[in-house]
Ligand binder design. Sequence first.
Ligand code: IMP
Ligand code: MG
Length: 179
Amino acid sequence: MMNDIKSVLYSEEMLRQTVAELGAKISADYRGRNLLLVSVLKGSVVFMSDLMRSITVPCEIDFMAVSSYGSGVKSSGTVRILKDLDRDIRGYDVLVVEDILDSGKTLNYLMDVLYARNPNSIRICTLFDKPERREVDIYADYKGLTVPDEFIVGYGLDYAEHYRNLPFIGVLKESVYQK
Ligand code: IMP
Ligand code: MG
């Protein structure tokens, strides 16, 4: 697995620090609110599990699964809901937790769907942002790190469902996805 990694972009320590800062900001902003963290599977599970433990105000969690990529490296533009939320989100202050905001198509679609369900409020928290690749007008209310236009893996992020278990963020060798 390590042979496929060109370089380490963010170490475990760097990720820990970034997530702690996000958790502190969210905790301050959501004091006295009705916070529901919505994790977008599967990429955001590692981030979600660290983020929720760095949030010090009461919150609930839920999960959604959408597919946009298949197993490639580029967004197809078609988004499908594979697993929906378990609950009605009216009355909740929803915070959508994403791994990475790339073209923005996935989140743009998801935000429309969730907004139409009339939550109290809805915001986005993304660990990584790749602004150079944005194709739709969407921004994150909370973002961890801005990344260059390279395909990254680890800490939940995959290429063809692999590498999610790497504890750091690595840049994948081009030779891996040009095969
Ligand atoms: P978007 O619709 O183009 O914004 O795609 C968002 C989704 O694409 C993310 O939730 C990831 O699952 C995936 N993605 C985008 N860029 C990367 C990357 O560099 N590595 C791994 N997955 C990525
Ligand atoms: Mg993915």
